[in-house]
Design a protein around this ligand. Structure first.
Ligand code: SF4
Length: 285
């Protein structure tokens, strides 16, 4: 595992994501090393390969200082704008306990009087450490990614991330602390069409945490992600791999969308962006 401190020139980056104006990524790389991670392409900026994803973290040591400068890009204290922490790394992965870059960036946004929406997206319970700061924002919300209720499945696809049960518990604690939350159900795992009761179990578990909003995302199977899946999951059952391929078909997506919409109604969830997000790539049909 390589951990290296680096200097960055900018940290508040304009985003192309549908629901965020800016993103802050205090780290390059992510120890959680999820097999389906689309951010594994990030290695190209630090001379790493997709296969190295999960085995390096570059610490943007001067991120808080640079954020102070970058905030000048925002007018009216950022009113009406949204910032996401983070889009291509987990802001609360293990190293954050030591380096506290995410916490420091949040402190800077607070001191500066940021009036937009601060969004956090993580798989880690370490976010609970920063509840004291998050409650001080006018608009802050925390999303936990949960793709299954089964800790074995989360360990399989999200090797070093905290187990699914801990993420659900984190949502519960955030809700109890009156912090706005959402669950990010992404990617939708390919077996959910055949075993929709498993998706029902997942929605029920999220509902029981008191969470009201969901983002849903279809799996992104760009070529580099397929190659990574094959490498990372060598014993993967052939039938399961075939389901991954099928999941790129429009009919499959339509079926899955229907299941999602019905379950969202059942548990009275609001689906953000109205529909499940999907990324068009060379393998989509
Ligand atoms: S936690 Fe997020 S950024 Fe980190 S490896 Fe998993 S999907 Fe990628």
């Amino acid at each position: 595992m390589e951990i290296k401190s680096i200097q960055t020139k900018s940290i508040l980056i304009q985003s192309k994501l549908p629901d965020s104006d800016f993103v802050i990524n205090p780290y390059i790389g992510c120890r959680y090393g999820c097999t389906y991670c689309y951010a594994s392409f990030m290695g190209r900026f630090v001379e790493k390969k997709v296969k190295d994803w999960g085995n390096y973290i570059f610490i943007k040591e001067n991120a808080p200082e640079i954020l102070k400068k970058d905030l000048k890009k925002l007018k009216n204290k950022g009113k009406g704008k949204s910032i996401l922490l983070s889009s291509v790394t987990d802001p609360y992965q293990g190293v954050e306990a030591k380096y506290k870059l995410t916490r420091k960036c949040i402190e800077i946004l607070l001191d500066w009087g940021f009036e937009g929406t601060l969004g956090i997206l993580t798989k880690s319970n370490l976010v609970l450490r920063d509840m004291d700061l998050l409650t001080l924002f006018k608009n802050a919300e925390v999303g936990l990614t949960v793709t299954s209720t089964d800790d074995d499945i989360s360990k399989y696809f999200e090797k070093y991330a905290p187990p699914a049960s801990q993420r659900l518990d984190t949502l519960k604690k955030l809700n109890a602390g009156r912090i706005k939350t959402y669950a990010f159900v992404g990617p939708l795992l390919p077996h959910f069409v055949a075993e929709k009761y498993k998706l029902d179990m997942l929605f029920k578990a999220i509902y029981e945490t008191g969470t009201k909003d969901l983002y849903i995302e279809h799996i992104n199977l760009s070529k580099y992600i397929i190659e990574r899946l094959k490498r990372e999951l060598p014993g993967l059952n052939k039938n399961i791999m075939e389901k991954f391929y099928i999941s790129q078909d429009k009919n499959y997506r339509d079926k899955l969308d229907k299941i999602v919409v019905n379950l969202a109604k059942k548990y009275e969830f609001k689906i953000r962006l109205e529909n499940a997000i999907y990324h068009k790539n060379e393998n989509n049909r």
